[in-house]
Structures are given as C-alpha cells and as structure tokens.
Design a protein around this ligand. Sequence first.
Ligand code: NAD
Length: 495
Amino acid sequence: MDPYADTLRRLREAFSTGRTRPAEFRAAQLKGLRRFLQENKPLLQEALAQDLHKTFSWHTMCDSIKSTKPVNHGSQVTEGETESVFDADVSELIICQNEVDLVLRNLHTWMKDEYVAKSLVLSLDSAFIRKEPLGLVLIIAPWNYPVHLTLMPLVGALAAGNCVVLKPSELSKGTEKVLAEVLPRYLDQSCFAVVLGGPQETGQLLEHKFDHIFFTGSPRVGRIVMAAAAKHLTPVTLELGGKNPCYVDDDCDPQTVANRMAFYRYFNSGQTCVAPDYVLCSPATQERLVPALQSAITRFYGDDPQSSPSLGRIISDKHFQRLRGLLGCGRVAVGGQSDESERYIAPTVLVDVQETEPVMQEEIFGPILPIMNVRSLDEAIDFINRREKPLALYAFSNSKEVVTQMLDRTSSGIFGGNQGFAHLSLPSLPLGGVGNSGMGRYHGKFSFDTFSHHRASLLSSSGLEKLNEFHYPPYTNLRQQLIGWALGSHSCTLL
Ligand code: NAD
C-alpha cells in the first residue's frame, strides 16, 4: 500500500489543469501564507519554544509586554530579552513575512517574459525567456530553523506557480504539527500537501517522481536524496552543511571579533548551518581572543548562561550526547558545562585542538567553538583548501588586503569579511552551497528562478519564407558567406 500515491495524483491533476499558473492564483497563495504567519504567531512561537527551548523568549516577551516594564532575571539585563525575541521572531517569522512581501511586490515583474538579444538572421523573430512552473515539487526541511527553512523555499515554489509537497522535519515536532494541521487551511489544498515522517517515510516518498526536489539538511542525507532523484532524472537543489572556517588575523581588535563571533556561533545554540564552526588563528591571537570570547559570552548570556533567556537548547538527546562527546576534544578554555536533563550545553571554547580529533572532523552544530593554530594567512588558506568547500567562510582582520586574499584564494557558498551570517537578511544575496555544501541557491528572486523553468522561446512569422531560403542547402560559397555575415558573432546559434 502506497500512502502517498493518492495525494500525489491529486496534486498532479491540479497542476495539469493550469490553475497554479496565473499571477492571481500565485498571489492568493502567498497572501494565504502571510495570513498563516500573522494569525498563528503565538502558536508558532509556542511550537518553537517546544522544539528549541525558545520558551523564555516568548514568555519573557509576554511578561515584558503585560507589565510594560523591562524584565530582569538576576544578572541578566534587558538586552537579553530583546535578543531572544530577535532570535525567535526575526530569524523564524519576520524573515518569512518579509520574503512573502518582497515576492508579492515583484511577482508580476519576475513573471514577465524576458526579451533577449538577437542575431540579424532572427531580427524579425521574437526571442524571449518564459518563466514557467516546474510542476510538482517536493520540499524537505531540517529542524534547526523549522519555520524559516520550511517556509522560505515554499514562498519561492508557490511564487513560481508549482504544486507543492512539504516534508517538515520530524525532530521539530511542535512546528511539524502546526505546519501539518494549520497551514493547509490557508492554501489551496488541491495544489498543496504536507507529508509527515522521518527517514523511512521520506525514503518512500522519494521513490515517486517529482519535477524538482528542494532539500535542506546534511550532506549524508543529501546524497540519499540525490540518488533517489537520479532515478527519475529529477533536478535537485541541495542546501547542505559542513564545517565553516573562521580566520582571525593578528591585526584585529580581539574584542570586536569575539563579540561578532560569539553572537553568530552561539545564536540558536550553535545550531545554524552558516555559523562559524572553527577558528584558525596564530597562538598569539588565540591568547588575546580567548579572554575576549569569555567576556562576550558573559555579556550576552550572564555569569550563568544556563539561566539565560537568550540561549536555546539542543534539539534531541542524540545530538546532546554527540555534542557532549565533542567537549572532550582539546582543552576547555571557556564553558564546557552540560546538563542532560535540559539538553543544555554551555557556550564553549576549546583550545589545543588537533586536526584529527572528532570536533575537527564533523560539523559541530552546537555551541562549541574550537580554535586551531596556524602560523600565517597562507597556512590558513592551505588548511581550508585541503578540505571540502564550506557553506560559509569568515575572515576577520583590520587589513582589507587579508580579507580580500581570503575571498580571492578560497571558495565557499557564502563569505563574510568582518561579518557573520547577516547575509541572510538580504534577499539580494543568494543562499547556497558549493561542492560538498550543496548545489543551487535561493532567497528572493533566486528562489523564484530556482522553482521556474527558463524556457527559451523563439516565435517566428509563418510567412516571409524568402528570408529563410538563403540558409537552406545546398551550401554555395556565396550562401556560406552570407550566413557568416548575417549571423556575425552569433554564428554558433545556428547549431
Ligand atoms: P538531516 O539531513 O538529518 O535531515 C533533513 C531532512 O531529511 C529531515 O526532514 C529528515 O526527515 C530527512 N531525512 C533524514 N534522514 C533521511 C533519510 N535517510 N532518507 C530520507 N530523508 C531523510 O538534517 P538535520 O539534522 O535535520 O539538519 C542539520 C543539517 O542540515 C546540518 O548538516 C546543517 O548544516 C544542514 N542545514 C543546512 C542549511 C542550509 O541552508 N544549507 C540550513 C539548515 C541546516
């Protein structure tokens, strides 16, 4: 018994009627999605609290709003509350709303046929790129930003006029429930479905043919998805992870670097695909950086980070145990505490780490930051280039030359010079990996393009046959010269 066959057949039938194609239909779906986000904000916040322990952010925010006074938790200052609201709301909900609004503002322009340059031979024809929907697309999401990473691709898929099957992560159960039970009410259910399940169910789902698969998750599962897609020659977008290096030059202000690094490393308890994964710096810079990181951590999360409302928890027992194991690598310079009952891992800095240790072999995906020593920029670049191409790469230096060298001599999905993953707030920049960190890109117009087929279209008159005569065989010298002249530099288009 195939549990998906009926749903997929229904969606395919709906697509074949052409109802998802008009701009009005697409806009109506996007407006439905926006209403879902607006009307279910408390429900989504509760779900996020349940999944990633953003409980404090929500309740603290409520307390703060009710009392209209700043709430103070012992040593915590009110910036903590602001940041936790930022964490849950901005990184999950507001970013999706902004994406919907951006697409609604631009949909008509993006959908327009794109007229292109022509050769003299085809000057009377009409040459353009038609953006057409791909058909039935599957979106598979991870748990770490369970609303954001499920709905952001959905915005692009709906905008491009597709029918969609959404498969949220089974690990973020609270969010999965809201997406499965509430979201479909806001969308046309003949064109949209949520499917639940873990590896086994997703494996079964992947046996079916889709017109595109958009997967966000680990490189290991990315390979499984790509192998399944290959059976149907289905194109894939793979938004994967990996180890993101962060080079810190001797010429830097350690406190500034530490503030930025700690913010981006410990945001969402380090469970961010584009977070700095490890630091490369000289022993002298490490000496200055470690106390600065300690100071930044205390400033952000207080003397007892476990009671901080701004720090989340680890998603599952399995990931907690994995991360606790990594605390045994190198030497703990900051943090190192853990509490199994809450799946709490303290913001941690490790030093004296060896390249062969597990913390330098696997993506950390938790609040642990190892520092590896290198003697120079060249050694750091060699180290990075010997490894798989990362999703994100960061370089911190007062010298523009050093940052530029890192950018010019390495490759990664995204790059930050004296910056963390603030890229994500700019829909004008694509998000996507390279090599082992993925293929394809999305956000803003990049999402619309990812979920659209760019159909090369050339419309000619049914008359004016005389104009074609000169390129039909037999090829005399004169004809060949004429063709060469008429095609000019576009001669290869004849092929
Ligand atoms: P995962 O690969 O374990 O799971 C992702 C999705 O795949 C889930 O929906 C899960 O149900 C499904 N899945 C798991 N095993 C499967 C299998 N054997 N067959 C078919 N489907 C399967 O990833 P995760 O633990 O949810 O997320 C963490 C990973 O995702 C990290 O590597 C992180 O870097 C990456 N990530 C990347 C981005 C990005 O934008 N590039 C964003 C977030 C997370």
